[in-house]
Design a protein around this ligand. Structure first.
Ligand code: PMP
Length: 355
């Protein structure tokens, strides 16, 4: 740390992203919930030739074409769409815009680790609400809270979901506070709350192109919500970095929306591979938390969580282990291709035989 860092940041504990090994090709990478499938053919042709030549020009800060395409896909108007550099960026803006001295925040105690970091970054008082014993969220804990509420649905790293009725109850019972539903993993079998954004003025839904749309490296997130909330987010974006979605990403994303069916097919394959992996792990005696995401959260009584993670890493299979006490016996495993999941199961079998 330099002597120049101002005091409010000196105690900040930054987010630790999942490992991104340099020799990535040598690994079966099941640690950061990326898609194992390439982007659709239109995306690959959209970012060649003409678009690359245009890199000398600034990109469209309003992302007009992409907003229109997404609005059509989700049955809303373009003014209900906000776009930014990954959904992390949107979540940062949410904490910046809608939490502060006069509005406190609340989110589940076990959830996406970045929420805590943003709360600390923006010095927001954040209530971290414990999950039930089985890792589910009790929606009643969030009714009438009088705080800005942020919930990942499906939740991470558990993969568990709230029903749309439960989300509606949270939104209804907090009419003077914003409820943000982070739907990073919604396309793998959960129900989206986007339709509720047309009814309620205090709901914002955040999604990403990083998971179901195979574009984690392009950095694109979007939010859907009432026009006034989108205007607030744009105010913050235009006060920090208006060009934060580059030209190539915009072109790629337009093509991806045009080829939406390709991605929805791939999501189905991932769900099938998830079923296969769950059954195989249960046969090996694992406890698997019920998941509607492209990952599963698992533990075995036969092997310590961290040990399993390390032994798989020795075999060039990466999964995600979290050291925080309540979940240290668990690992989060991204669902990949059938072949990758078979290799993962074979490796786990081998490791269990060894211990
Ligand atoms: N929300 C959740 C719940 C996530 O797990 C992630 C991915 N780490 C994100 C948001 C951020 O995704 P991205 O910035 O790639 O859109």
């Amino acid at each position: 740390m330099s002597k120049f860092l101002i005091s409010k940041y000196t105690g900040l504990e930054a987010y630790t992203p999942g490992e991104q090994p340099r020799d990535m090709e040598q690994f079966i990478k099941l640690n950061t919930n990326e898609s194992p499938f390439p982007p659709s053919p239109g995306v690959i042709s959209a970012i060649t030739g003409e678009e690359i030549e245009k890199l000398r020009l600034y990109c469209d800060p309003d992302c007009i074409l992409l907003s229109k395409k997404l609005a059509d896909l989700y049955g809303v108007a373009p003014e209900n769409i906000f776009l930014s550099n990954g959904s992390d960026d949107i979540l940062n803006f949410v904490f910046m815009s809608f939490c502060g001295d006069e509005v406190k925040a609340a989110f589940p105690e076990i959830s996406y680790g970045f929420y805590k970091v943003y709360a600390q970054l923006h010095q927001v008082d954040a209530l971290q609400i414990p999950l039930r014993e089985d890792f589910s969220i009790d929606f009643r804990d969030y009714c009438g809270l009088n705080r800005t509420i942020i919930i990942a649905n499906p939740n991470a790293p558990t993969g568990m979901t709230l029903s749309i009725e439960e989300i509606e109850e949270i939104v209804k019972t907090n009419p003077d506070n914003l409820v943000v539903i982070d739907e990073a993993y919604v396309d793998f079998g959960a129900e989206s709350a986007v339709k509720l954004t047309k009814i309620y003025s205090n709901l914002l839904v955040v999604q990403t192109f990083s998971k179901s749309r195979s574009m984690a490296g392009a950095r694109l997130g979007f939010a859907i919500g009432p026009k006034e909330i989108i205007e607030d987010l744009n105010k913050i974006k235009y006060s920090t970095n208006p060009y934060n979605i580059n030209r190539l990403t915009q072109a790629a994303a337009c093509a991806a929306v045009d080829e939406n069916d390709y991605y929805m097919e791939k999501c189905k394959i991932i769900m099938q591979n998830r079923d296969y992996t769950v059954k195989a792990l249960e046969n090996l005696g694992f406890k698997v938390v019920p998941s509607k995401a492209n990952f599963i959260f698992v533990k075995s009584d036969k092997i310590d969580g961290e040990k399993l993670y390390l032994k798989l890493k020795d075999r060039k299979i990466l999964i995600r282990h979290f050291s925080s006490e309540k979940i240290s016996q668990y690992n989060r495993v991204t669902i990949g291709t059938e072949k990758q999941m078979q290799a993962f199961i074979n490796a786990v079998e081998e490791i269990l035989r060894e211990v």
